[in-house]
Design a protein around this ligand. Sequence first.
Ligand code: NAP
Ligand code: ZN
Ligand code: ZN
Length: 347
Amino acid sequence: MTTVAAIIKPTADAPFEVGTIERRAPRANDVVIDVHYAGICHSDIHQAREEWGKAIFPMVPGHEIAGIVTEVGDAVTKHQVGDRVGIGCFVDSCRECENCLAGEDQFCLKGNVATYNGREYDGEPTYGGYSKQIVADENYVLSIPEGIELDVAAPLLCAGITTYSPLKHWGAGPGKQVAIVGMGGLGHMGVKIAHALGAEVTVLSQTTSKEEDGKRFGADHYYATGEEGTLKSLRGRFDLIINTVSADLDIDAYLSTLKLNGSMVFVGLPENTQQFRVFSLVGGRRSLAGSNIGGIRETQEMLDFCAEHGIGSQIELIGADEVEGAYDRVVRSDVRYRFVIDTATIG
Ligand code: NAP
Ligand code: ZN
Ligand code: ZN
């Protein structure tokens, strides 16, 4: 075991503090990674504050991890010491269920092992990327291509893949009208990726305060949903809506902006049960769907795509003592557009 400095949440109500955790000695298939940067996802906040139900404490959040390999186990073939690598939302899966075999290991039927607030299959709790080092099986470690700096690459490991996967699955591309609801961490990546895929991209934000940024990220259109009549004026417009909002929305109003056969896909995860009228679907053969991160294979594909298109996250780099304040700003929709922790500031 190795003792590692980390940013720790002792309980749901207690503030973060810097302390130490133990990392396992590398096994034959393990890679030891010096974490350089860790993104702050809104899911970290939901879990650290126990908004999704009971969580495991002490907690070290962080599933947008970028760093450098410092040691490899005897049987490792995919990564070498010195490689630029990343870890996303899970660090293991059963590898034998039909979804794992299909490369959809994010939907492992046994349940994959979450990077933090989870348990390894042997029962040991997992600790995430707000720490100086992590040890993981090589098959769940991604290669970060040259051409993307590690700090702006970190958020791709969750925000990037969570938007890339549904955009690809629902066919975003040339000739398609794609709306991204909410321009935060996920949303701004959705705009960049949908634009790079060739779709015509519309941002539906609460206000137009971030319009200039949205257009710079690749949006063709930008509307404020807080203004009376916005969604009515967009009736029948979109092939695909990616909803990144974690608050309750008037789903019927959004469904009415879909074309015939259009789909509204949830990636945002509100605590509350959501409601919609079946008539809103039936009237246009529309679909309401959800999507969860992406598989390991697709995450690598996304990283390669982002490198090819010069896409990184737009980040604010922060120190270990700024995490609480950053959480509050994310909750206030005051993030531009992903906070990333510089792990050199821990301990
Ligand atoms: P974020 O950075 O906070 O972005 C969410 C955006 O939603 C905000 O920036 C804001 O955009 C909009 N918003 C916030 N409150 C709103 C309200 N009351 N009404 C309407 N819009 C509102 O969060 P994130 O990290 O992108 O994560 C978003 C959600 O996705 C979270 O629930 C997270 O847990 C979930 N998530 C899911 C997956 C998955 O695999 N499905 C993966 C990662 C995260 P505007 O200011 O532009 O309105
Ligand atoms: Zn996330
Ligand atoms: Zn499986």
